[in-house]
Design a protein around this ligand. Structure first.
Ligand code: GAR
Length: 194
Protein backbone atom coordinates (compact mmCIF):
# COMPACT_ATOMS: atom_id res chain seq x y z
CA UNK A 1 0.00 0.00 0.00
CA UNK A 2 1.30 3.41 -0.97
CA UNK A 3 0.88 5.82 1.91
CA UNK A 4 0.97 9.62 2.06
CA UNK A 5 1.53 11.21 5.45
CA UNK A 6 0.54 14.77 6.33
CA UNK A 7 2.30 16.46 9.26
CA UNK A 8 2.87 19.97 10.57
CA UNK A 9 5.38 19.97 13.39
CA UNK A 10 7.33 17.27 15.19
CA UNK A 11 6.53 14.33 12.93
CA UNK A 12 7.10 11.52 15.43
CA UNK A 13 3.99 9.66 14.21
CA UNK A 14 5.19 10.10 10.62
CA UNK A 15 8.50 8.54 11.60
CA UNK A 16 6.80 5.66 13.45
CA UNK A 17 4.75 4.87 10.33
CA UNK A 18 7.75 5.13 8.00
CA UNK A 19 9.86 2.88 10.23
CA UNK A 20 7.07 0.31 10.53
CA UNK A 21 6.97 0.19 6.73
CA UNK A 22 10.74 -0.13 6.45
CA UNK A 23 10.85 -2.95 9.01
CA UNK A 24 8.06 -4.80 7.21
CA UNK A 25 5.61 -4.54 10.14
CA UNK A 26 3.34 -2.60 7.79
CA UNK A 27 3.13 -3.99 4.27
CA UNK A 28 3.31 -0.54 2.79
CA UNK A 29 5.54 2.30 1.78
CA UNK A 30 5.41 5.93 2.79
CA UNK A 31 5.79 7.48 -0.62
CA UNK A 32 5.51 11.11 0.40
CA UNK A 33 5.19 13.58 3.21
CA UNK A 34 3.03 16.65 2.76
CA UNK A 35 3.82 19.41 5.19
CA UNK A 36 2.38 22.91 5.58
CA UNK A 37 5.32 24.18 7.63
CA UNK A 38 8.76 24.43 6.14
CA UNK A 39 10.40 24.56 9.58
CA UNK A 40 8.74 21.33 10.63
CA UNK A 41 10.83 18.63 12.25
CA UNK A 42 8.86 16.23 10.04
CA UNK A 43 10.76 17.56 7.00
CA UNK A 44 14.10 16.89 8.70
CA UNK A 45 12.85 13.38 9.50
CA UNK A 46 11.80 12.85 5.86
CA UNK A 47 15.27 13.85 4.68
CA UNK A 48 16.86 11.35 7.10
CA UNK A 49 14.45 8.63 6.05
CA UNK A 50 14.92 9.33 2.34
CA UNK A 51 11.23 10.07 1.84
CA UNK A 52 10.08 12.66 -0.69
CA UNK A 53 8.45 15.67 0.93
CA UNK A 54 6.36 18.53 -0.35
CA UNK A 55 5.75 21.86 1.33
CA UNK A 56 2.23 23.05 0.58
CA UNK A 57 1.25 26.18 2.45
CA UNK A 58 -0.66 29.44 2.34
CA UNK A 59 2.65 31.28 2.16
CA UNK A 60 3.65 29.49 -1.02
CA UNK A 61 0.16 29.37 -2.54
CA UNK A 62 -2.40 31.77 -1.04
CA UNK A 63 -5.17 30.54 -3.34
CA UNK A 64 -7.04 27.78 -1.50
CA UNK A 65 -8.41 26.10 -4.63
CA UNK A 66 -4.94 25.92 -6.16
CA UNK A 67 -3.54 24.55 -2.90
CA UNK A 68 -6.22 21.88 -2.82
CA UNK A 69 -5.49 20.98 -6.41
CA UNK A 70 -1.81 20.68 -5.59
CA UNK A 71 -2.55 18.29 -2.72
CA UNK A 72 -4.98 16.22 -4.80
CA UNK A 73 -2.46 16.01 -7.64
CA UNK A 74 0.30 14.87 -5.30
CA UNK A 75 -1.90 12.10 -3.88
CA UNK A 76 -3.00 10.95 -7.31
CA UNK A 77 0.35 11.27 -9.09
CA UNK A 78 1.99 9.17 -6.37
CA UNK A 79 -0.83 6.61 -6.64
CA UNK A 80 -1.47 6.82 -2.91
CA UNK A 81 -4.11 4.50 -1.50
CA UNK A 82 -4.01 5.74 2.07
CA UNK A 83 -3.49 9.23 3.45
CA UNK A 84 -2.64 9.59 7.12
CA UNK A 85 -3.03 12.90 8.96
CA UNK A 86 -0.37 12.56 11.64
CA UNK A 87 -0.24 15.83 13.53
CA UNK A 88 -1.47 17.82 10.53
CA UNK A 89 -2.88 21.04 11.94
CA UNK A 90 -4.94 21.97 8.88
CA UNK A 91 -8.41 20.86 7.93
CA UNK A 92 -8.43 18.84 4.73
CA UNK A 93 -10.99 20.44 2.41
CA UNK A 94 -13.97 18.57 0.95
CA UNK A 95 -12.42 19.11 -2.48
CA UNK A 96 -9.35 17.10 -1.49
CA UNK A 97 -11.37 14.45 0.36
CA UNK A 98 -13.77 13.99 -2.58
CA UNK A 99 -11.06 13.82 -5.20
CA UNK A 100 -9.13 11.08 -3.42
CA UNK A 101 -10.03 7.48 -4.12
CA UNK A 102 -8.24 5.99 -1.14
CA UNK A 103 -8.85 6.14 2.59
CA UNK A 104 -7.98 9.10 4.78
CA UNK A 105 -7.38 8.62 8.51
CA UNK A 106 -6.35 10.91 11.36
CA UNK A 107 -4.76 10.39 14.75
CA UNK A 108 -6.19 12.49 17.56
CA UNK A 109 -4.90 12.79 21.14
CA UNK A 110 -8.18 12.17 23.02
CA UNK A 111 -10.94 9.64 23.40
CA UNK A 112 -13.20 11.00 20.65
CA UNK A 113 -15.96 12.12 20.51
CA UNK A 114 -14.70 13.88 23.64
CA UNK A 115 -12.29 16.76 23.11
CA UNK A 116 -12.50 16.95 19.35
CA UNK A 117 -13.46 19.76 16.99
CA UNK A 118 -12.02 23.06 15.85
CA UNK A 119 -9.18 24.30 18.05
CA UNK A 120 -8.76 20.92 19.70
CA UNK A 121 -5.28 19.83 18.78
CA UNK A 122 -1.99 19.06 20.48
CA UNK A 123 -1.53 20.46 23.99
CA UNK A 124 -4.89 22.29 23.87
CA UNK A 125 -6.58 18.88 24.04
CA UNK A 126 -4.58 17.72 27.07
CA UNK A 127 -5.15 21.08 28.83
CA UNK A 128 -8.89 20.73 28.39
CA UNK A 129 -8.90 17.11 29.56
CA UNK A 130 -7.08 18.10 32.78
CA UNK A 131 -9.23 21.20 33.28
CA UNK A 132 -12.25 18.89 33.33
CA UNK A 133 -10.56 16.65 35.90
CA UNK A 134 -10.83 13.53 33.76
CA UNK A 135 -9.15 10.46 35.18
CA UNK A 136 -8.88 8.78 31.81
CA UNK A 137 -7.74 10.05 28.44
CA UNK A 138 -6.49 8.29 25.34
CA UNK A 139 -5.91 8.42 21.64
CA UNK A 140 -8.17 7.77 18.66
CA UNK A 141 -7.64 6.88 15.03
CA UNK A 142 -10.63 7.74 12.86
CA UNK A 143 -11.66 8.14 9.25
CA UNK A 144 -11.60 11.70 7.99
CA UNK A 145 -14.66 13.46 6.66
CA UNK A 146 -15.31 17.14 6.10
CA UNK A 147 -16.11 17.79 9.80
CA UNK A 148 -13.40 18.13 12.42
CA UNK A 149 -12.75 14.79 14.20
CA UNK A 150 -16.18 13.41 13.29
CA UNK A 151 -15.38 10.48 10.98
CA UNK A 152 -15.90 6.84 11.91
CA UNK A 153 -13.74 5.74 14.84
CA UNK A 154 -11.41 2.89 13.85
CA UNK A 155 -9.42 2.36 17.05
CA UNK A 156 -8.87 3.80 20.50
CA UNK A 157 -6.54 3.24 23.40
CA UNK A 158 -6.91 4.67 26.89
CA UNK A 159 -4.29 6.39 29.03
CA UNK A 160 -4.72 6.79 32.78
CA UNK A 161 -4.15 10.21 34.29
CA UNK A 162 -2.25 10.61 37.55
CA UNK A 163 -2.77 13.34 40.14
CA UNK A 164 0.36 15.29 39.24
CA UNK A 165 -0.39 15.16 35.49
CA UNK A 166 0.41 18.21 33.36
CA UNK A 167 -0.57 18.75 29.70
CA UNK A 168 3.08 18.15 28.80
CA UNK A 169 3.35 14.89 30.78
CA UNK A 170 0.09 13.68 29.28
CA UNK A 171 1.38 14.45 25.76
CA UNK A 172 4.56 12.56 26.63
CA UNK A 173 2.52 9.55 27.81
CA UNK A 174 0.33 9.69 24.71
CA UNK A 175 3.22 9.68 22.23
CA UNK A 176 4.21 5.97 22.36
CA UNK A 177 0.54 4.99 22.58
CA UNK A 178 -0.14 6.96 19.40
CA UNK A 179 2.78 5.39 17.59
CA UNK A 180 1.55 1.93 18.48
CA UNK A 181 -2.09 2.64 17.64
CA UNK A 182 -1.49 4.33 14.28
CA UNK A 183 0.84 1.56 13.13
CA UNK A 184 -1.54 -1.17 14.32
CA UNK A 185 -4.53 0.51 12.65
CA UNK A 186 -2.75 0.94 9.32
CA UNK A 187 -1.68 -2.70 9.53
CA UNK A 188 -5.32 -3.73 10.03
CA UNK A 189 -6.54 -1.53 7.15
CA UNK A 190 -4.01 -3.18 4.83
CA UNK A 191 -4.82 -6.70 6.04
CA UNK A 192 -8.53 -6.10 5.47
CA UNK A 193 -7.82 -5.20 1.85
CA UNK A 194 -5.71 -8.30 1.18
C1 GAR B 1 -0.12 14.04 18.07
O1 GAR B 1 -0.32 14.03 19.45
C2 GAR B 1 -1.45 13.97 17.34
O2 GAR B 1 -2.40 13.18 17.99
C3 GAR B 1 -1.85 15.41 17.37
O3 GAR B 1 -0.67 16.12 17.10
C4 GAR B 1 0.43 15.38 17.63
C5 GAR B 1 1.48 15.24 16.56
O4 GAR B 1 2.65 14.66 17.07
N1 GAR B 1 -2.90 15.67 16.41
C6 GAR B 1 -3.89 16.49 16.65
O5 GAR B 1 -4.01 17.11 17.68
C7 GAR B 1 -4.90 16.60 15.51
N2 GAR B 1 -6.12 17.16 15.97
P1 GAR B 1 3.85 14.29 16.11
O6 GAR B 1 4.08 15.52 15.24
O7 GAR B 1 5.00 14.02 17.03
O8 GAR B 1 3.46 13.09 15.30
Amino acid sequence: MRIAVFASHNGSNFQAIAEACKSGRIKGEVTLLICNNKKSQAIARAKNLGIQFFHVSETLEPNEKKRDKEISSLLNEHNCELAVLAGYMKKLSSAVIDSFNGEIINIHPSLLPKYGGKGMYGLAVHKEVLRNKEYLSGVTVHRVNSEYDKGEILSQQTISICESETPESLAEKARPVEHHLIVQTIKEIIEEKE
